[in-house]
Structure formats: C-alpha cells, structure tokens
Ligand binder design. Sequence first.
Ligand SMILES: Nc1ncnc2c1ncn2[C@@H]1O[C@H](COP(=O)(O)OP(=O)(O)OP(=O)(O)O)[C@@H](O)[C@H]1O
Ligand SMILES: [Mg+2]
Length: 283
Amino acid sequence: MSVIRVEGLSFKYAGADDYSLRDISFRVKKGEFVGILGASGSGKSTLCLTFNGIIPHSITGDFEGNVYVKGYNTKDKSVAELSTLVGLVLQNPDSQLFNMTVEEEIAFGLENLGLDVEEIKRRIKWALKLAGLEGFENEFPPNLSGGQKQRLAIASVLAMKPEVLVLDEPTSQLDPLGREQVLSLVTLLNKEQGITTIMVEHNTDYLLNFADRVIIMHKGEIILEGKPRQVFGEVEFLENLGIKIPTSVKIGYRLKREGHINTASLNEREVIEELKRILGKEL
Ligand SMILES: Nc1ncnc2c1ncn2[C@@H]1O[C@H](COP(=O)(O)OP(=O)(O)OP(=O)(O)O)[C@@H](O)[C@H]1O
Ligand SMILES: [Mg+2]
C-alpha cells in the first residue's frame, strides 16, 4: 500500500514568478526509506512542506495536482490533523524547540491531541528511549548538544505516532558526532520500528547503505529516481548536478575506468573485496 501518493503536483509560491515544483508524481510504500537529493533551490524543502499540508494550507500559492497521505487528500485535512500522520523535522533544531524542559517539549504536541495522562506518559517514555534521551527529561532544551536537540525534535514528532517521518536535511547543522547520532536514530526508526521515512540528506554514503530508493530533483522536477545503486551509478550525470558521489562508488568508478571491473556502483564491502582481488593479482 502507498502511504504517500503524489500526483501531478505543481506549486508556485504566492508572488513568485516561477514554479518551485513541476508536475511531480511518485509513491512511497509503507516502511520504505526514500532519500531526496538535488542542488540548492531544486525544490526539496518545498516538496517536504506538501506532505504535512503546510503547503497549501499555511503557505499559499498556485497548487495543482494532489498529495495523498494514507489515502487522505492533504487538501481535505487540516495541518493539525495531518500532524498525526506526517512528522516533519527541519534543518535547524533550535527553530523546532520552544518548551522549558525536554519532557514538556514532547508532551506539547500530545496534549493538543487530547490524549489521557497515562497515554501521554507512556508515549514520552517510549520516544525518549528510542531517541536515546532517557535521563534528560528535566533538561532545558537549549542546553543540549546539537545532536541531542535534533534527536529531541525527532522524539517530539515520533510521540505523535505518525505514519511517515519526513526529515529535511536534519544533519546539515550538526557536528560529526551529532550527525552520526541522528543518522543512527533515523536508521533505527526505519529498519527496526518500520517507520516510513522520507529524508533530504546530502550524505550519499549513508543513502547508498540505507535508503530503499533515491529521488533526484532538479529545477522543481524529479529527473532521476531508482534504487540507490542504480542512481549513484550515474556518476557523470550526478557530478554535473553537483551531487556528491558515495566514496565507494567513486573508487568503483575509477576501477571501472581503469578496466579492473565492469560495474562502478559498489558498496564499501564490495570495494574492499575488489581492491584485495586487484592488489592480490599485482603483488
Ligand atoms: N517562501 C518562498 N517564497 C517564494 N519562493 C520560495 C519560497 N521558498 C522557496 N522558494 C523558491 O522555491 C525554489 C525551491 O526552493 P526550496 O527551498 O524548496 O529548494 P531546496 O531544494 O530545499 O534548496 P536548499 O538545498 O537550498 O534547501 C527556489 O527557487 C526558492 O527560491
Ligand atoms: Mg531546502
């Protein structure tokens, strides 16, 4: 079953000259992990804002086509209703945290759902445990590290038990440790909790290993889509768009060019094996 279905979606911000999204169609299956890549201004964030209805409800403009979440047309649901279906995490964790304690931050969205106190407590505990923030309940969110803040932002949307988690460059403002923590959490949520995940992320090494599908956007359109191996194998095409090639594919591409192997799109394990084989022959 498709959890997300986008059909002929085009969007032009009010007052803008040009469309930011152009005739986009794709589906996301339950449990799938879809990575989105593209140059700055290609429409990645705009697309993310259509999944939870911020576009067209809060940010208006010319909206054509349809976005369905779990069969519901986002046009027919309020942003509040959609927030229980789609959890959105943004680039800057500071812009998403505004409560006095970690616990209150997570409780905030839940109280608005009208859940009973016991259920709220259960969900807070569950979300904190998954995000690795147990013991931080009474901390003041601005005192947390970047990685902890972003994990708290993820925990807050997770507690709403959404069908889909949408993350728009969640690691781009973090230090290497924070990045690692957030990527590990996203992997755990998708692979172990089965949460459907859509993530804008420039770390193509990560997407090669963990995404089921990758979508490449360019000037508001999807110009390439497929399994990570297939997409990242298009080395020259992606380099022309300024997209970073995964390290193992870069090495594979070079080995292929030098006639050692037939396919460039390798993962880390395969690259190591090929290098051992090639070096072994030469030694
Ligand atoms: N609020 C807005 N009003 C008018 N135009 C906008 C608005 N937000 C974005 N745009 C335009 O829409 C296009 C797509 O922008 P968007 O932010 O979706 O790109 P992006 O792929 O997320 O880029 P980045 O990698 O820099 O985050 C750009 O041309 C941008 O200038
Ligand atoms: Mg963006």
